[in-house]
Design a protein around this ligand. Structure first.
Ligand code: SAH
Ligand code: SF4
Ligand code: F3S
Length: 443
């Protein structure tokens, strides 16, 4: 039977799904061209907020249509909701025959073979490992210019609102030797830009029983790999950002001037209740020291509105903080209760109307900042790594899409039909759009 993978959630899940896709192919499974061509439906799920969790149930409900047409077809639920809900999926959806958590991913290809052989079998892979579960890369012969490399699993921070420590388990750093080898291999396969992934990359190596090098040292080691052109990482926790990492932004040639640094709230009271471990003052100092070593650094962030007890004044402080920092972009969310997290028991809860109104105000302010920041780029030049043809093509030209050092999307029109994938070109920015730039190759 052919497989189909549907992915919800963060870059970790995207990276896990990419691994599964490659590994199923190399284990002899065939990928379905579309859902109605598939017999094995794999859903990689996210539990971070209520909305993505609900999407999983509606997606599973929708699959019933395909599963009724093909009695041997079945569904598999992986990722964070699978870890949280576990074997209850078997009761709620009889056509689910495999549930697997983030640490069970490596065993999925083998489990699918057994499920195909024995139609009565159901399998759950929900155990947490106390070490980083290494898996074979199963890389194809050629890779796209940008790739993710996982450097850790799990999180030990237990922010009051967050389910991740429960769904991904304790922090487990991957061995730096394995990371360096994987990066070398990817570069050999055509990768130019690597994004290191982890829930809190700044605490890399500082596991409960870990003895790895520091994150700053890891960045230095990777920077010296021949052929690597660009290095990025996500996500950083402000409380764990070391002076070594800040220095790296000023010194390492490959380290891109871009940092995603989740602020969550601009109110010190709310930050304390969230258990974030920093104050707005500390955050602003961090931003200053980053801008001192790398004045062109782009900053993006995550913000939550409507955390329990958030007053109008607290929310105003978040807006003020956005103005103090001037983020290039941000992801903003309405707080939602998650099962088992501390904030679920905190009050008073903020009404849906107030949350929506606050989100609206916040997003409008962000739009203004994003527009301002993009407009400032017009007239300047930077190197752009070309990803591939743009989604929108105009008549008479060939449009290509890439990213500048700060991670902004850049579209460029060419007159020749030439494959530019993976090229790094000097580009002058000519126009700012809502979320992207337009440019032309600078001579
Ligand atoms: N490890 C990362 C991101 C984790 S989840 C970090 O520490 O920054 C991504 C984002 O989802 C968080 O930064 C937060 O803004 C948001 N988020 C997490 N739990 C949430 C909840 N219960 N309600 C609303 N937003 C939430
Ligand atoms: Fe969640 Fe906090 Fe860990 Fe990020 S650092 S994954 S927000 S607990
Ligand atoms: Fe979601 Fe799990 Fe990522 S909860 S955000 S998929 S770590």
């Amino acid at each position: 039977m052919k497989y189909h993978i549907q992915t919800f959630g963060c870059q970790m899940n995207v990276s896990d799904s990419d691994w599964l896709d490659r590994s199923l192919k190399s284990a002899g499974f065939e990928k379905a061209s579309a859902e109605d061509d598939a017999g094995i439906f794999i859903i990689n799920t996210c539990s971070v907020r209520e909305k993505p969790e609900q999407k999983v149930y509606s997606h599973l409900g929708r699959l019933k249509f395909f599963l009724e047409k093909n009695p041997s077809a079945f569904a598999c639920v992986g990722g964070c909701v699978a870890q949280q809900v576990g074997r209850d999926f078997f009761q709620r959806f009889p056509y689910v025959r495999l549930v697997f958590g983030p640490d069970g991913l490596g065993m999925v290809p083998g489990a699918l073979k057994r499920l195909e052989q024995d139609p009565a079998l159901k399998i759950s892979l929900l155990d947490f490992e106390d070490y980083y579960p290494e898996k074979p890369g199963n890389w194809p012969e050629r890779m796209p210019p940008r790739a993710f490399v996982n450097i850790m699993q799990g999180c030990d921070n237990y922010c009051a609102y967050c389910v991740v420590p429960y769904t991904r388990g304790r922090q487990k750093s991957r061995s730096s030797r394995e990371i360096i080898n994987e990066c070398r291999e990817l570069i050999r396969l055509g990768v130019k830009e690597i994004t290191l992934l982890g829930q809190n990359v700044n605490s890399f190596g500082r596991d409960k029983n870990g003895l790895e090098i520091s994150f700053a040292r890891l960045l230095r080691e990777l920077n010296s790999i021949q052929g690597l052109r660009r290095l990025r990482f996500t996500t950083s926790h402000p409380k764990d950002m070391s002076s070594g990492v800040i220095k790296a932004f000023g010194e390492l040639e490959t380290l891109c001037p871009h940092l995603h640094l989740p602020l969550q709230s601009g109110s010190d009271k709310i930050l304390k209740d969230m258990g974030r471990g920093y104050t707005t003052q500390k955050y602003l100092e961090l931003v200053d020291s980053l801008r001192l070593v790398r004045p062109d650094i782009t900053l993006s962030t995550d913000l939550i509105v409507g955390f329990p007890g958030e007053s109008d004044e607290d929310f105003q402080l978040t807006l003020e903080m956005m103005n103090d920092v001037g983020f290039d972009s941000s992801f903003s969310f309405k707080y939602s209760d998650r099962p088992g997290v501390r904030a679920a028991l905190m009050g008073p809860k903020i009404s849906e109307e107030v949350k929506s109104a606050r989100l609206d105000v916040l997003q409008k302010l962000q739009q203004e900042w994003t527009a301002k920041k993009l407009a400032r780029r017009v007239g300047s030049s930077d190197l752009v790594l070309m990803d591939g043809p743009s989604k929108k093509q105009k008549a008479g030209v060939y449009s290509w899409q890439g990213r500048d050092g700060g991670g902004r999307v850049v579209n460029i029109d060419f007159h020749n039909r030439e494959d530019l994938t993976g090229m790094i070109l000097p580009v002058r920015f000519t126009r700012a759009k809502k979320h992207s730039l337009e440019g032309e190759v600078a001579s």
